[in-house]
Ligand binder design. Structure first.
Ligand code: AMP
Length: 195
């Protein structure tokens, strides 16, 4: 298996790049944000619990997020690889993902940071908000809170993988095609015979 974490602040292009990787490699794409939005739209107890955190731009508590993620991974024992998009977002989530991979006799092969500065993010997400239907894409203060949560709680996860020699940085302000080429080059170098 070849497993990748697409990492970066909200609006850095993780979902777009995950879609391109799925088309090329048939990987399973797991976006915890998409999973929560699906729960919201079905008005499930999990969706109701997540809504207040999401609307305010805060992280959903680790226990809730980890249980949901673990269930999804367990449902797919035989995929060629997994793209994690928006997970892990805290150190406890990263530790849990480590355990989960070990249980599957697998590992994370690369973390790819899509690096974008905050003002570009605000502009991008406000633009996306015109059509995304996402409450958390509409207000600048909520978008800035999401960015701050990335800086405070999520960015340390980069160091965790950097120490393992698995972290890579791509300039996320490039066009989607350029970012995609850089990601392909990283995967090509890293995967060698894993794919
Ligand atoms: P995203 O679509 O990845 O930007 O996620 C949207 C929202 O879902 C986030 O602002 C959080 O409220 C919640 N969320 C998604 N993934 C996670 C996660 N790994 N940990 C905690 N909250 C998350």
């Amino acid at each position: 298996m070849y497993n990748i974490i697409l990492f970066g602040p909200p609006g850095s292009g993780k979902g777009t790049q995950a879609g391109l990787l799925v088309d090329k490699h048939n990987f399973l794409h797991i976006s915890t944000g998409d999973m929560f939005r699906e729960e919201l739209s079905r008005n499930t107890p999990l969706g109701k619990e997540a809504r207040s955190y999401m609307d305010a731009g805060h992280l959903v508590p680790d226990e809730v997020t980890i249980a949901m993620l673990r269930k999804r991974v367990d449902q797919h024992p035989d995929v060629p690889g997994i793209i994690f998009d928006g997970f892990p977002r805290t150190d406890p989530q990263a530790a849990e993902l480590n355990d989960l991979m070990r249980e599957r006799d697998s590992q994370i092969n690369a973390l790819i940071l899509l690096d974008v500065e905050v003002d570009t993010i605000v502009t991008r997400i406000l633009g996306r908000g015109a059509t995304s239907g996402r409450a958390d894409d509409l207000k600048e203060d909520v978008i800035r809170t999401r960015y701050e949560n990335f800086v405070n709680y999520t960015s340390p996860v980069y160091d965790f993988y950097d120490e393992l020699g698995l972290a890579h940085r791509v300039d996320g302000s490039l066009t989607p095609e350029e970012v995609s080429r850089e990601i392909d080059a990283i995967i090509g170098r890293e995967s060698k015979d894993s794919l």
